[in-house]
Design a protein around this ligand. Structure first.
Ligand SMILES: Cc1cc2nc3c(=O)[nH]c(=O)nc-3n(C[C@H](O)[C@H](O)[C@H](O)COP(=O)(O)O)c2cc1C
Length: 175
């Protein structure tokens, strides 16, 4: 199984990238590729600039990478209750080329933040929006208080949250 994982953030130290990467690597019999949104940075989307940039290799590369996977593990970062500008910008560009960006792609949606809601607003937006772009969302999980509940070597450390997270992953590893 081929898995692509990324944090929907351009932060170099993205906690969502860490959560997505750790989670994807638990699918041990899979080939995992982790994307960094910094490698897919586009100018700020505007219909006025669309023709100038829409044929960019950045867009076609990102689209073709998603086309070759069996499972997408995306962890949604949250800025002001919404997707990060970096992710929204990439979504805007890529969906102008391919509206069904996630066409028939199975997806595990995650989110985390340092706060109590674990970027739940961004996750809920994605749960509502991504199926419109063709995603088949198999499951979702939000991790609150990232700094207290995540260890780079161990993954999720909070006992109850860890149990829920692993249960969801076990279900998906039967794919
Ligand atoms: C401009 C800005 C707005 C933010 N707004 C929220 C928010 O609405 N909800 C939230 O949970 N965290 C918010 N945060 C904190 C982020 O969750 C935190 O920076 C987190 O590390 C972002 O994820 P990332 O590290 O994967 O980029 C905000 C951070 C910034 C810089």
């Amino acid at each position: 199984m081929k898995v692509i994982a990324f944090g929907a953030s351009s932060s170099i130290h993205s906690i969502n990238k860490k959560l997505a990467t750790f989670t994807a690597n638990l699918f041990t019999s899979s080939e995992v590729e982790v994307l960094d949104l910094n490698h897919y940075e586009m100018p700020l989307f505007s219909v006025d600039r669309e023709q100038e940039f829409v044929h960019s290799e950045i867009i076609s590369t990102f689209i073709s990478k998603l086309e070759k996977v069996d499972l997408l593990v995306i962890s949604m970062a949250e800025h002001n209750g919404n997707f990060t500008a970096a992710f929204k910008n990439l979504l805007d560009w890529t969906t102008r080329v391919k509206l069904k960006l996630f066409e028939n792609k199975k997806m595990l949606l995650l989110s985390t933040s340092p706060g109590s809601r674990g970027a739940l607003s961004s996750l809920n937006l994605a749960l509502e929006r991504f199926p419109r772009h063709g995603a088949i969302i198999l499951d979702h999980f939000s991790l609150p208080f990232f700094d207290e509940n995540f260890d780079e070597n161990l993954g999720i450390t909070h006992p109850e949250l860890k149990k829920t997270w692993l249960k969801k992953l076990r279900k998906l590893s039967d794919l």
